[in-house]
Design a protein around this ligand. Sequence first.
Ligand code: MGD
Ligand code: MGD
Ligand code: SF4
Ligand code: MO
Length: 723
Amino acid sequence: METIKTLCPYCGVGCGLEIVQDRNQAWKVRGDRNHPSSHGMVCVKGATVTESIRSDRLLYPMMRDSLDQPFRRASWDEALDTIVDRIQKIRNTTGPDAICLYGSGQCVTEDYYIAQKLMKGCLGTNNFDANSRLCMSSAVSGYVQSFGADGPPCCYDDLELTDCAFIIGSNTAECHPIVFNRLAKYHKKHPNVKMIVVDPRRTPTAEVADLHLAINPGTDIDLLNGIAYLLLRKRAIDPNFIEKSTANFAAFAEVIGSYTPDFVASRCGIAVSDLETAANYWEQSQRVLSLWSMGINQSSEGTAKVRSLINLHLMTGQIAKPGCGPFSLTGQPNAMGGREAGGLSHLLPGYRFVKNAEHRTQVEQFWGIAPGTISPNPGRTAWEMITGLETGEVEMLWIAATNPAVSMPDLERTKAALLRSPFTVYQEAYYPTETSAYAHILLPATQWSEKTGVMTNSERRVTLCSGFDAPSGEARDDWKIFAEVGRRLGFAERFAFDNVSEVYQEFVQLTRGQPCDMTGLSHEYLRQEGPQQWPCRENEPKHPAKEGKRLYADGRFHTPDGLARFAACHSRGLAEPPDANYPFVLTTGRLYGHWHTMTRTGRTDKINQLHPEPFLEIHPRDAAKLKIKEGDLLEVRSTRGKARFPAKVTKAIAPGTLFVPMHWGALWAEGAEANAMTHAASCPDSKQPELKACAVQLVKVGAQLEAEVGELNWAKSAVGVSF
Ligand SMILES: Nc1nc2c(c(=O)[nH]1)N[C@H]1C(S)=C(S)[C@@H](COP(=O)(O)OP(=O)(O)OC[C@H]3O[C@@H](n4cnc5c(=O)[nH]c(N)nc54)[C@H](O)[C@@H]3O)O[C@H]1N2
Ligand SMILES: Nc1nc2c(c(=O)[nH]1)N[C@H]1C(S)=C(S)[C@@H](COP(=O)(O)OP(=O)(O)OC[C@H]3O[C@@H](n4cnc5c(=O)[nH]c(N)nc54)[C@H](O)[C@@H]3O)O[C@H]1N2
Ligand code: SF4
Ligand SMILES: [Mo]
């Protein structure tokens, strides 16, 4: 058999994979040495991905009238007709805004494009959002506000060209391992190159750093403004760049004036000397590369955090040159593609906005639909879909490629809302997942290995992911399911695609002249020429694949006047600070081997051996106070919910802060859901919830408590519902 070239379907690093079949017909994975992003490297997730792709698959459509009934097998026709009938009824009574579609950064670009065309271009509601709302939306709004457009300006080559890596709110070593490999190798070889890690935990990333700033959760803006204060005092700024390429510096300078070293050090819980060292590293470096992820984005002031970080690059002119710039590490394999294709409820394809009348007209004309078809109102965000179920305003929820019964904040509230949903369609590759329990109709989707499509990684590199396996059972590609519903609703001419490459062809035309111009790309081109970074305009000379592309090299940004904007942001801190009753800050995150809600990695032996069970990290000082020792079972409680974990006593976590992994939902452990405790307070600009911090109390599970909670049914998700 020939070697198949594809992309790893896990994280946003986007490593190239080669798939071959061994003598026993089993799929084997190896890194693609020619992939410019990963140079042949893979981590444990990529290396084991084929092990779980055939286990526990959802093989055919299933239906039931109510959630307390068991599912029965259905034909595709019956399932699709039921969905179409329901959509028509809701459109003709309450109207299309009662219909919601919740998608995922794990879809290919073509899936995204067709889903949002169905909702925004046919039904006339913008209620199409994705789990990227919980993930990247603060990065999107930060880039848009500072630069006039989304899109990380850097490329991975910068990892090996920098003088100083400033890693903030990112456990790169575990979550973007191949990016970290590239950086760590370079750092080790070049003693002058510095690495700063800002994270309340001493993660494996922080272990390698020259300077670890274990700040109090939620104090990033204090720190960033504090560094800016010192840089300004040292005159370590680039007045020429500020003058020619930016606006609003004066307002920014005024705000940072109050972030004196003593004030910042005490807010952040770090030493003044460490703050000064960080500022010195910035000052001494010609090229600082900032890498950030969820410690910044998942915050009630996520956009302001992103913009405060970008401020540092603007004031020092460290942007759009080799080795420097503000680089958001995308979480999911195709969250970037989702952003390009209009995959959030305020976006339209080609980095356009629902609120912009000109953008709506451009898309309506391209689709050949009546003016005014696209609603001018941003649709519901992921969380607003949940609250819409609570109020009864949402009458149909269609979920695809995400597992909200584990990953949404305030999980008890989420589950109660899902239980009230009059009609939930769940389009999934596996069965069961925690969310299957809340579905009226299950639609089997093909997944990576069975479907072909395009994904964009963190460095804006577009890779064609070729399918190489037959669909499992009756599973269909996501885009085909959306298109078929569109056809049955009477929009046949808008979904007249014979194959997935035609879908891509249509989509790239909508990027013409936009910041993410991909008109030079097609499936055929990507197959022949390999992965490409955008912008990639039609008829443009081919960029050498080995050379990374950067944005804004000419010092002009996508704002109307071409100037980047400084933000003048004060720190507001956590939405739910600890208090006397709930004295700890709980933070949540990821482990190296597991992927999110474990649909694949929970079914992979090697990874389960690596991380057999959930745990709670607590500092030895806090443990001593509460007489907790390693392995003790602890109950964590917020005002919303609770969960139990064995204690892991470690200095890796700051005193007063606790950490639990986000991975274990109700199917994989009893009562160990991180989101039982979290809240949904979100950033006013990006609407991204603060999944990184909530106030909790801690109780050691003793004889009395055991009796009290023993009566509770921990598999709460199964109450009143049937898998
Ligand atoms: N192994 C693995 N890799 C993954 C994933 C996975 O599930 N497993 N998922 C992918 C996805 S979708 C995403 S979004 C990324 C996430 O990648 P990361 O953001 O790197 O991962 P997290 O563990 O969620 O959070 C990162 C760090 O933020 C820190 N943090 C918490 N609060 C604060 C704060 O207030 N300030 C600062 N500066 N830091 C804080 C936490 O201690 C944690 O170490 O990973 C991607 N890669
Ligand atoms: N407490 C806490 N909660 C968090 C986070 C956190 O840090 N802390 N992080 C948030 C972030 S950043 C993210 S990205 C989310 C992730 O949360 P989810 O999106 O809920 O997590 P996954 O387990 O990746 O779910 C993806 C689902 O899609 C299915 N699937 C895979 N491929 C396909 C396909 O091609 N088609 C279809 N139809 N289905 C497919 C998989 O089987 C799986 O069930 O969690 C968020 N929740
Ligand atoms: S680093 Fe990310 S993309 Fe690369 S192999 Fe690991 S999980 Fe896959
Ligand atoms: Mo994510």
